[in-house]
Design a protein around this ligand. Sequence first.
Ligand code: ADP
Ligand code: ZN
Ligand code: ZN
Length: 731
Amino acid sequence: MSIVRVALDVPLPTLFDYRATAAASEDIGRRVLVPFGKKIAVGVIIELASTTSLPMQRVRSVLSILRDVPPLPSDVLALLKFCSDYYYHPLGEVVLNALPTRLRRRQTLKPDTASRYRLTATGRAIDAASLRGRATVKLELLRLLRAAEDGIDEVSLRSIAPRAAAALKTMTEHGWIERVAVTRKAPQASTAVLRFVPGPALTNEQRAAVDSLRSVDAGFTPWLLLGVTGSGKTEVYLQWVADTLACGKQILLLVPEINLTPQLEALVRARFPETVLVSLHSGLNESERLHNWLAAQSGAAGIVLGTRLAVFTPLPRLGFIIVDEEQDSSFKQTDGLRYSARDLALWRAKQRAIPIVLGSATPALETFHKALNGNYRTLALTQRVNAMPPAIECVDTRREPLLDGMSQALLNALRETMKRGEQSLIFINRRGFAPVLMCPSCGWTSGCERCSAKLVLHLQDQRLRCHHCGHQERIPTACPQCGNQDLKPLGQGTQRIDSALARIFPGARILRIDRDSTRRKHAWHEMRRQIHAQEVDILIGTQILAKGHDFPQLNLVGVINADSSLYSTDFRGSERLFALLTQVAGRAGRGATRGQVLIQTEFPAHALYQALRRDDYPAFAKELLAERKQAGFPPFVYQAVLRAEALRRETAIEFLIHAARDGAKIEGAVTIYDPVPASMSRRAGIERAQLTVQSRSRPGLHAFLRAWHVRLDHAAGRKVRWALDVDPLEL
Ligand code: ADP
Ligand code: ZN
Ligand code: ZN
C-alpha cells in the first residue's frame, strides 16, 4: 500500500495521508492535487509511507501528482521543517507559503510567453549625448538594454518609471528597440567561467577583508562584516560573489528593502554581465516571481537577490549567502509565520556547509555578541572610501528656543547649505511618534475609537487618520471634551515642518517624503529622479529615507525628535536609534564635501550621541551589552512571546493567565511573566495582550515551548486567536 503524507495550507499541525499507488520516492517535494473536505486542494508530498494510522476506508486518493516542475529538494524541505518546528507554525502553511503563488494554484503550468525588448542596430548606434534635456527615462532604458544582449522583459522595463511604458512605445516607433515574444524556457545553467567586470581598486581594508574571507577553507563559516557607512561593503561582497561564481556555485543575497533592490540589482548586473541574476521580492508579479524562482531552483540563476522570503528558495548549487544590513527589522516577519530570515539564512549556511556574511555598520546586539565571543569571525572596515565621515553635532534644545520644532542653528545651516547650492535633509524620527491634535486647556488628545493609537494629524487634507487601522475623520473645530476652539498640533510631523520651512524659506524647493507621499506607484522613483536632478533643496523625510540611498548633493542632515527613542520603554530602543541615526548620518556628504549632521536633543551628553559622534558603534554596543547582561535581557536570555487577540480584553487576558498556569506545570528552567496588554493594545477593534517567557538557555526555552504549545491548542477555544513569537523583536 502506498501512502503519501501531504502538507496542506491549513492551520493544523499535521500532515494528511492519501493513497497514491503511482507515487515514487522522487515525488517527495512535488505538488499534488487532493480532495480536502468538499474541495480540491494543492499540497506538497513530504513523505511516503506504507501504513497509516487512519482506518483504510477513510483514506482518500490523490487526484494527481503535478510533475510540471521539479520537486522541492530535500534540503529545502528540511529547512521548512526546521522553520515549522522552531517557530511553532504548522508545517503545511510553512511549506505552501514558501511556494510562488502560481504553484499554489490548482492548474499545471502552461508554457509561459512573455514580451521582451531588445536594442536594434539603430538603437545600439545612438549617441547618448544627443539625447539631451529631459530624456532621462529613455537614457536609462538604453543603458539597461545595452547591458543586456538578450533584451529585457517588458515588466521589468516598465517598472523603472511611470513614463517607461510611453518611452518604450516611442522608442519602438523610432526603430531603436524591438519587441520579441518568447516562450520562456527555464534558462540553462552555464558552466563557463563567467566574466567579472572589475570595479574600483580595493582599499587596503577591503583587500584585507577579501583576503581573510579567502583564507578560510570551505565549510560553514559565519562572518560579520562590520563596516562603517560608505566603507564599501558592497565591493567586498562582489569579490566574493566573483570567487563563488568561478567555482560554479550560486549566491543568495538577502536585502531588507524592496526599494533598494533596483539599484543593487543594476550594480550587480553590470559587474556580472554574463551571469543570470534574478530577484525575488513582493514587488514582482506572479509570473515573474515564478520564472525567477524556477531559474533559481534549476540552478540557472547564478545570483539570487531577494528580500526575506527568498531565504526559502531552492538553490541546488548554493555556495555563499550574504545578508546585507543584517540588523534590519524587516528580516523578521511580524505576523503569520514569525520567522527571522537572517537566522534561517544562518541555519541554511550551516546545513549546506557554506560561508555566510552578515554585513552591517550597526549589527544587531545578538550578532555583535556572537562576534565578540568568537562564534562569528569579524571583518572590519573602519574608514569611508571616498568621503570624510560627516561632522556630527548636537544642538542643545534646552538652551535654544525652537521655531516650529527647529532650532536657529539648524535654520542657519539650512540657509548656508542652500546658498552653496547643496541639498539638505530634515529627518523626523517617527518611531513611536507622530503629530496628534491636542487641547491645551483640558489636555484632550485625538484618539482612535477602534485602537489604542492616537489619530495622526494630516493638514493637507484636513483629516485625522489612524495609522494602524486606517480609520479617518475630519478635524474637529472645537475640543470634544471642553469646547475650546483653539486646538493645537502636538509634536512635529512632516507636514508641519514642510509648511514652516515654506514660510521661512519662501524660494526653497521642498520635497516631503513619507508614507503618504510615496504611496502612489512609481512616486518614489520620480522623487529619486528629482533629487538626483537637483530639483530639490530641502528634503523632509522619515525612516524611508534613512536606508542606503545615495544622494551626492546632500550635505546637511538635521535630525528632529531623536530623543523620543532614547528613553523608550522597549529595551531595544537605543540599539535601534543608533542604527537609524548612523544610517541617516550616512546620507550626508557622500559627494566631495564633508557632510554635516545636526541632532536636536535635550541630552547632548548622552553616551549614544557621544558614540555616534565618534563613529564608534563597537564601544557603544559593548556598553549596551553590559546593561543587557545586568538586566537579564537578550542576547543573554532567550525569549518567546505568546500573543493573544480577542474581542474582549478579559477573554485574551484569561486565556493568557490560563496558559501561564499551564506552563507553570511544565518542568523547565523558564520564567513566565504576567500577561500584559500589547503595546498597541487595541487594533481595529480587537483587544491584544501578551505574555513573555524567557530562559537562559535556548534548548531550555524550546523544550518548554514544545510541551506548552500543544496545551495552548487545547486551551484556546474559539474566542481567542493566539500565536507564539519566538525570538521576538517587538515586545
Ligand atoms: P557601504 O555599503 O559600506 O555603506 P558602499 O558599498 O555603498 O558602502 O560604498 C560606498 C561608495 O564607495 C560607493 O559609491 C562605492 O561605489 C564606492 N567604493 C567602494 N569601494 C571603493 C573603492 N575601493 N574605490 C573607490 N570607490 C569605492
Ligand atoms: Zn479641551
Ligand atoms: Zn485605529
